[in-house]
Design a protein around this ligand. Sequence first.
Ligand SMILES: C[S@@+](CC[C@H](N)C(=O)[O-])C[C@H]1O[C@@H](n2cnc3c(N)ncnc32)[C@H](O)[C@@H]1O
Length: 224
Amino acid sequence: MQAKLNHDTQAGAAVYTPLVLKIYDWWVLEFSNRYAWRCPTRSVLLPFFQQHLSANHLDVGVGTGYYLAHSSFSTEQKVALLDLNRNSLESALTRIAHLQPLLIQEDILKPSGALGHQRFDSISLFYVLHCLPGNMPDKAAIFELLHRHLTADGTLYGTTILGGDEVVHNWLGRRLMKLYNRKGIFGNQHDTLADLESALSRYFAKVSVQQYGRVALFTAKLSA
Ligand SMILES: C[S@@+](CC[C@H](N)C(=O)[O-])C[C@H]1O[C@@H](n2cnc3c(N)ncnc32)[C@H](O)[C@@H]1O
């Protein structure tokens, strides 16, 4: 059974108003990734996204749809977009409307079953975990859900900004971490690479995690 949490999941999604989404690509993907999290989008995160993208893809936590908008697709491409926030779904939709994506408005930590019995060959989870409240073991509820929507040979992959004592953020990163965690935009003060690996390993037989700057990049498959 899907574990349900009592944490408030709204703050990590509500911040994505149409205005915030207008500046998101510049502020988060260009500026913050380069100068605060030290993990550039174009040379590290975008190639990682494209590397695991399949012709039957689910993107969870879509933001502005930047990664999909900068990828190329097969003629048979199927894309589903899942997000708690309608603004994010619409923002991503405008960029990849030609793919006629399926839109699913759902809280990934408190799912209502909107994914039905669908399975995907690839599921991306970019910059979602650090927006969620709770510790990594709480957030593992996501992996419990998503592992049931992956095909036998499919790949779940994603990225998340780390916190925890062993992650040394620079001056800008420390300021942003403090502000965002105080406002509930982030919930990653205790998120470590080791806890991420162990949360993934509860549901997946083959797990890989690596750190670039202050960001964890991970892949997970059902069979080894
Ligand atoms: C930081 S943005 C990431 C956007 C994009 N994936 C990227 O890497 O640039 C986080 C996205 O996750 C969504 N989100 C946050 N909490 C969520 C939840 N509990 N369930 C579903 N989506 C959520 C937000 O609405 C937002 O679109």
